[in-house]
Design a protein around this ligand. Structure first.
Ligand code: ZN
Length: 286
């Protein structure tokens, strides 16, 4: 079984990797016979091929604590490869058995919601100053998997991640990421956004605030031109009055909480109205 660096090396050598205007042609690094059977850094098999730690690990390397097999003085071909490219530190890495990409935050978000076919590995560079690959994990499930963000491992369940991302992106119509991440919002912006709407969304987010999945969702969240629809996440939102809302067709802002004011079907927002009506019914029952 391949370790993270061995898996990434294999993917990187399959085809050139395109980042915007730039193309990176990864080439294998020169290796030699090594005496240790186990890699110093990743703990994987060397198969007798690699480089010495003296050659591959620079004095400036600050992650000595992550070495899995300190008795070994050899690096496997995977670690030798991954440590020799600055791009492997500067960019996020998503590798599968058939390709390697260096995704931007928007693409990362898509991949976390719709992961590739396993096995795969996702390593997210935030500062661009840390080696993330050998701290990662090759995963075998799309439903629940571990990714690495800088030095932190994050367990991702795509549906939970998507929910957080959409809620955060609705708030980003008015608030900064710093406000959303800290929970310290500008009072003026709350007023502009709509107090009730803000309360509903922030209440949903407050349980997750501070956990790693929340941080990951904030990191990859995108500023949208149109407000993301979250009525399926917070159906009560459809009951909100419009004055406080920066209304869009998805915001459900035209719907009044008083069921008598709901116009007849055929109205352009009838889908939302149905949601509002069923919500009203639920409330009537209880
Ligand atoms: Zn290794």
């Amino acid at each position: 079984m391949k370790t993270p660096t061995q898996f990434i090396r294999h993917a990187a050598l399959l085809a050139p990797v395109i980042i915007g205007e730039k193309t990176i042609n990864y080439k294998d690094v020169k290796t030699e016979s090594v005496r240790d059977q186990t890699c110093h850094l990743c703990g994987g098999k060397t198969d007798g091929i690699g480089i010495s730690t003296k050659t591959g690990i620079k004095d400036t390397f600050t992650d000595v604590g992550y070495a899995r097999q300190t008795a070994s003085k050899s690096l496997c071909a995977g670690c030798a490869f991954c440590l020799s490219y600055r791009e492997m530190r500067n960019y996020s890495i998503v590798a599968t058995e058939t390709e390697l990409i260096h995704p931007d935050r928007a693409r990362l978000q898509q991949l976390l919601i719709h992961p590739p076919d396993p096995p795969f590995i996702i390593c997210i560079a935030v500062s661009g100053q840390k080696w993330v690959h050998f701290k990662g994990e090759v995963v075998y499930s799309r439903e629940r998997f571990v990714i690495t963000m800088e030095d932190t491992q994050v367990v991702v369940e795509p549906s939970k991640f998507e929910k957080l991302s959409r809620l955060i992106e609705v708030l980003m119509m008015e608030f900064s990421k710093a406000e959303i991440e800290s929970g310290n919002y500008s009072q003026a912006r709350i007023k502009k956004f709509g107090l009730t709407k803000w309360e509903m969304i922030d209440q949903e987010l407050s349980a997750a605030r501070g956990n790693n999945l929340f941080k990951l969702a904030v990191h990859t969240a995108q500023k949208r031109e149109e407000e993301p629809c979250i009525l399926d996440l917070i159906p009560e939102m459809s009951m909100l009055d419009s004055h406080h809302s920066s209304s869009t067709p998805h915001g459900g802002a035209e719907i009044k909480s008083d069921s008598r004011s709901i116009p007849k079907s055929g109205d352009e927002s009838s889908g939302l109205l149905k949601a509002a009506q069923s919500e009203q019914l639920t409330w009537d029952i209880f």
